[in-house]
Design a protein around this ligand. Structure first.
Ligand code: ATP
Ligand code: MG
Length: 284
């Protein structure tokens, strides 16, 4: 996998947030949320981004997407520089990268049927043929495990887990190659979480996707990801295969993080979630 050129390359990326001349001329100093971060993402892999709250994971994700401008550094998509652009141009250049945020589903218009919302996304992206739009919507609904009649339903008629599926369908219709998944299962019940994670593994295969998977849950990360990047105070302090990082963390912060988390190799009985994931991984 690592023999091919990376789909995404990030070099020495830094991001400053929120500096301004504030009230009564007091200056609010900018926060350097991301500090000289470098990472590669290879086609088909799952790279997990782990770190405590406020360590800069979301900011890094949003900057890679082009929603937040970098203050320094380079971003390459398929070897082509996409940094240094104004927001609109940046998003256009990076359409192959899409974001699944933790409240996926919350952004759906409550007055629109799911079918209309999904079809609208295709229309915005230039698909004029209405019948073709509906065909693709129905096809995508079944790809994410929803009944095609769901197209006629409204957001309030879906459960939390189903709404995540709708949100994934909406994003996948845009034919992304890289998904930045920001805590994609937060707020879901354990059992629903497992089904959503399994769905993500299946979709990755079916649509040849590459994931940057932001998560707090180390047990999920250990099962799901090929490589792990540990983020601390805006920097990536350790990166390696999941196996190596979990078995032999080199950075003291990683050791602290792992010591604080329940581990799979302990005497604990594997949860429903872990068992389901393990099975999915073995099938994959
Ligand atoms: N709009 C903003 N203006 C100023 N500072 C911000 C802004 N957004 C975030 N920050 C700061 O940037 C740092 C990184 O925040 P970020 O949201 O990227 O962290 P995170 O790792 O995603 O945290 P969490 O796990 O809680 O989602 C934090 O110190 C945060 O307070
Ligand atoms: Mg975040």
């Amino acid at each position: 996998m690592t023999s091919t050129a990376p789909i995404l390359e990030v070099r020495n990326l830094s991001v400053l947030l929120g500096g301004r001349r504030g009230f009564l001329r007091k200056t609010v100093l900018p926060v350097q949320a991301v500090k000289e971060v470098s990472l590669d993402l290879h086609e088909g892999e799952i790279l997990a981004l782990v770190g405590e709250s406020g360590s800069g994971k979301t900011t890094l994700g949003r900057t890679i997407l082009g929603l937040q401008r970098e203050s320094a550094g380079e971003i390459r998509l398929d070897g082509v520089r996409v940094d240094g652009q104004a927001p609109e141009a940046a998003r256009r250049a990076r359409r192959a990268i899409q974001y699944v945020h933790q409240d996926a589903g919350a952004a759906l218009d409550p007055w629109w049927s799911i079918g209309r919302t999904l079809a609208e996304g295709l229309l915005i992206h230039g698909l004029k043929d209405k019948a073709e739009r509906m065909r693709r919507v129905v096809e995508m609904l079944s790809a994410v495990g929803l009944d095609p009649v769901s197209a006629r339903r409204y957001p309030h008629e879906f459960s939390g887990g189903q709404l995540r599926r709708v949100a994934l369908a909406r994003i996948l219709l845009l034919q992304p190659r890289v998904l930045i998944l920001d805590e994609p299962t937060s707020g879901l019940d354990m059992s629903v979480r497992a089904t959503v994670l399994n769905l993500l593994l299946e979709l990755r295969k079916q649509f040849s996707l590459t994931y940057l998977f932001i998560s707090h849950d180390l047990s999920v990360v250990e099962r799901l990801s090929d490589r792990v990047a540990i983020m601390h105070l805006g920097r990536i302090v350790e990166m390696g295969t999941s196996k190596t990082v979990f078995a032999a963390p080199t950075h003291s912060y990683t050791r602290t993080l792992l010591a604080a988390a329940p581990r799979l190799d302990g005497p604990r009985v594997a949860s429903v979630e872990q068992t389901a994931l393990l099975r999915a991984r073995q099938r994959a």
